[in-house]
Every structure is written in structure tokens, then in C-alpha cells.
Design a protein around this ligand. Structure first.
Ligand code: TRP
Length: 448
């Protein structure tokens, strides 16, 4: 990502921003997290509620973040301070910085698995990998974690960010077509229709308060919302660009990829998954690859592309903390990257040991392991809370008329339907989030 000391740099073009922001949004959240969270929360009914959350709440919150970012032209803390200099609201920015590192700490563990599966495929030994054994092997887990952290740090330090942007332009369409191929394979497996039914036909008897918190949390996680990543990305958009349509494209592509992942995983399971957890996708994908002609070859390509999709996400997670240290604390970029990586490394250790390597970490709260718990606290609750606070910030501090002015720049017609956006940010989103949060606090209902 571009960071100018004197004049803030901008994305080369509108498509440049859409690609970079989609790169942040599309990642393990779509291909690893979405299917297993859907599986654990009842399938079709979850999908339905998830899509409502994405378009009624996620898209409006996306516009909130992009407008604060472009207005402030700074990291989340700085951008909020610009609107409201001497208030406590900048704490929302701090929450974002911490949340970003919190997510990164376990996201890198799963990103490491994609590398591991890539190397296994490369060695033509995918058939010998056993997920539970693979993730309980502390040395290989640590190695792939550190490797992925180093890759991320290298890109964020400025090494090859241009290269990454150019590369994703070519590679992400390949991932897309590969996924179509996998959908075809999966749909032609035995019992695929039962799996498909589980995924798309809602059974509302399975809905509970838990379904809503997971659907909302998944929407924010997948769209990279609630912690200022999109504020940071928005800060690089020039004043002439249309924020509304750019935001819409990102939301659309991200959701498309998640739903496609569902069309791969569930038909291959052939029904409701008996147990849905962080390992689900890796186990199912392995089976699909082993059942297709030249599957090992396809697996090499797929895991490589998935690792790259994960990399464009880890980069955006790290960038928030790094740009904060640079803008607000006067750090030099490389020092900021070093410090952030060091904190991430230590924070990641318990997560990476929580899948079997250290038994006491596999169940530490209500049946959740350490990684699951980090995911619930930072990848769900914290993002949801952050999004709520950003809505309140618009309503009470920045005011709708100012935010609307920012969103109308480069898109005059926004005024015609800005009322919908105001209804969402002013009423729907804060109300829905508050109800779900209060419900969780009262019942303590979680995944476990
Ligand atoms: N959205 C990414 C994914 O789906 C993960 C991610 C990257 C993220 N940046 C974020 C999540 C910022 C929340 C906030 O894999």
C-alpha cells in the first residue's frame, strides 16, 4: 500500500482500489470460515440471515468506513481525531488497531495451513495428510506460521506491494475459475443434492440468538469491517471517485466468493456436516481433490492461490497497526512492521498450539479452543462492537449531513437514495447489533 510522507498517495484508479479492497475482504473468511460457521449454524437459515446482514448492515457500514477514511485521509485513530479532536471517540480507532493484531494472531495460523497443504500437494502426498495430526504438530505449525508472518511483514514493509497488486489482478480470476471447476466436481459427487439442500434451503427451526451473532460477525469479518481496515483503504481514494459504487463492488465480489465456497463444500459433504469446526474445509477439500482427475495438480494451484488470497488479507490486517504507529507515533515504517510482527508472533503462539499440540489449550472456554476463542472475541464481538460504535459516531458526532456530503462527492445521485443508508445506519444497524449483543451478554450463548 502507498504511504507518502508529504502528500498522501492515491490508488492508481478506481479499479485499483476495488482490487485492493477486495483483496482485503476476500480471503480465508470466505473459503475457510464461512462454510464452517454456516455448517455449525444450521445451513440454509444461516445463509439467508447472513445475506440480509451483508446487504442491510454490512454494505451501509462499508460506506461509513470509506467516507470516514477519505475524509480523514489517515489511519483510523487519526481519521476519527480529525472529525472529533479532543474526544474519547479515538478509542474506537485504538480498538481497531488491537482487534487487527488480535485477528492476525490466529488468521496466520490458518494461513499457515494453506501453505502446509500447498507443500504437501507439491510433494504429491496430499493423500497422506491427516488434518488432526497435521495441526497438532507443533514444529511444522510454528514454521508455517512464522513463514506466513514473514511474508506479510515483507509486503507491508513496502517490498513488493506493487507486485502484489499486479499479481492479484491475474491470480484472483484464476482462483475464481478454479472454484467454478470445483463446484462442478462437487455437484457431481454422490449425495451432492442433500448437501446442496442443507446449504440453500432454510430450516428456520434451527435459528437462535446464536445464529444472528454469528451471521453478523461473519458479515463484518468477511467484509473486513469494524476495525478500520476500510477506513485505512478509504484514505487512499481520491475525491473524485465514487465511494458508493466501489463499496458495492467489494461487497458483491466478497459475497459471491463466499457463496461459491459453500457450493463447493456442502455438496461434497452430501448432507449436514456431522461436526463443523475449523478443520472442516481442509478435510473436505482434500477429499474433493483426491476424487478428481489430476486432483493433486489442481490442489497445488488451489492452495497456492488460497495462500495468496490470505496474504492480501493479512497485509490489510497488519497495515492498520503499522499505519497507526507511523502516523501517530512517528515510527519509521520498517520499525513499525517489526514491532507489530513481534507482538503478533507472541500472541499467535497459544492459538497455534491449541489444535492438539498442547491439550489444555484445546478447550479453554465453553468447549472452545484458544484459536476459536480469539476468533470469537476479536473476529466477531470486537468487530460487531466496532461497527456499532462507528454508526453512533456518524449519528451523534460527524452527523449524517457531513457523511452524506462525503459520499456524494464523485456521485451526485447518492442524495436520491441516501435515505436507505440513513435508515440502516441510524436505526437498523445499531438496533440489530445492540439486541444481539445484549442477548449474548444475558444468555452467554456461544458456539460451545
Ligand atoms: N476479510 C478477510 C477475510 O475474509 C479478513 C480480514 C482482512 C479482516 N482484513 C480484515 C477481517 C479486517 C476484519 C477486519 O478473510
Amino acid at each position: 500500500m502507498a504511504t507518502g510522507k508529504t502528500r498522501r498517495e492515491h490508488w492508481g484508479s478506481k479499479i485499483g482500489f476495488i482490487l485492493a479492497a477486495s483483496g482485503s475482504a476476500i480471503g480465508l473468511g470466505n473459503i475457510w470460515r464461512f462454510p464452517y460457521v454456516t455448517g455449525a449454524n444450521g445451513g440454509g437459515a444461516f445463509l439467508f440471515i447472513y445475506l440480509l446482514c451483508v446487504f442491510l448492515i454490512g454494505l451501509p457500514v462499508m460506506l461509513v468506513e470509506l467516507s470516514i477514511g477519505r475524509h480523514g485521509k489517515k489511519n483510523p485513530v487519526g481519521a476519527i481525531k480529525k472529525i472529533s479532536p479532543d474526544s474519547k471517540w479515538s478509542l474506537v480507532g485504538y480498538l481497531g488497531v488491537i482487534t487487527g493484531v488480535g485477528i492476525l494472531s490466529y488468521y496466520l495460523v490458518v494461513a499457515g495451513w494453506t501453505l502446509g497443504y500447498f507443500f504437501k500437494s507439491l510433494a504429491y502426498s496430499l493423500n497422506k495428510v491427516h488434518f488432526a495430526q497435521f495441526v497438532s504438530n507443533a514444529p511444522t505449525q510454528s514454521l508455517s506460521f512464522v513463514l506466513f508472518l514473514a511474508l506479510t511483514a515483507f509486503v507491508v514493509a513496502g517490498g513488493i506491494s506493487d507486485g502484489i497488486e499486479k499479481m492479484t489482478k491475474i491470480l484472483m480470476p484464476i482462483l475464481f475459475f478454479l472454484m467454478i471447476l470445483l463446484i462442478v466436481r462437487s455437484m457431481t459427487l454422490e449425495n451432492s443434492m442433500n448437501g446442496l439442500k442443507f446449504f440453500i434451503i432454510p430450516d428456520f427451526s434451527k435459528v437462535s440468538g446464536k445464529t444472528f451473532i454469528y451471521a453478523l460477525g461473519q458479515a463484518f469479518f468477511s467484509l473486513s469491517l469494524g476495525m478500520g481496515a476500510m477506513i485505512t483503504y478509504g484514505s487512499y481514494i481520491d475525491d473524485k471517485s465514487n465511494l458508493v459504487s466501489s463499496g458495492f463492488y467489494v461487497v458483491f465480489f466478497d459475497t459471491l466468493i463466499a457463496v461459491m465456497a459453500g457450493f463447493i463444500i456442502f455438496p461434497a459433504i452430501g448432507g449436514a456436516p456431522s461436526k463443523s469446526g475449523p478443520g472442516l474445509v481442509f478435510v473436505v477439500l482434500k477429499n474433493i481433490f483426491l476424487k478428481m482427475p489430476m486432483g493433486e495438480l489442481v490442489a497445488i494451484l488451489f492452495f497456492a492461490l488460497l495462500a495468496i488470497a490470505a496474504l492480501t488479507s493479512t497485509v490489510s490486517l497488519m497495515e492498520v497497526a503499522v499505519s497507526y504507529l507511523i502516523d501517530e507515533k512517528g515510527f519509521e515504517r520498517r520499525k513499525a512492521v517489526f514491532l507489530t510482527s513481534l507482538i503478533t508472533l507472541f500472541w499467535g503462539i497459544p492459538s497455534l498450539l491449541s489444535l492438539g499440540a498442547v491439550p489444555s489449550l484445546t478447550k479453554i472456554y465453553k468447549g472452545m479452543g484458544f484459536l476459536d476463542l480469539m476468533d470469537f472475541i476479536f473476529g466477531n464481538i470486537s468487530l460487531t462492537l466496532g461497527s456499532l460504535l462507528l454508526c453512533l459516531f456518524i449519528i451523534f458526532v460527524w452527523k449524517f449531513k457531513n457523511a452524506e456530503k462525503e459520499l456524494s462527492r464523485g456521485f451526485e445521485k447518492f442524495k436520491n437514495f441516501s435515505i436507505l443508508w440513513k435508515i440502516s445506519i441510524g436505526i437498523l444497524a445499531p438496533l440489530a447489533i445492540s439486541i444481539v449483543m445484549i442477548y449474548i451478554l444475558i444468555t452467554g450463548e456461544t458456539l460451545g
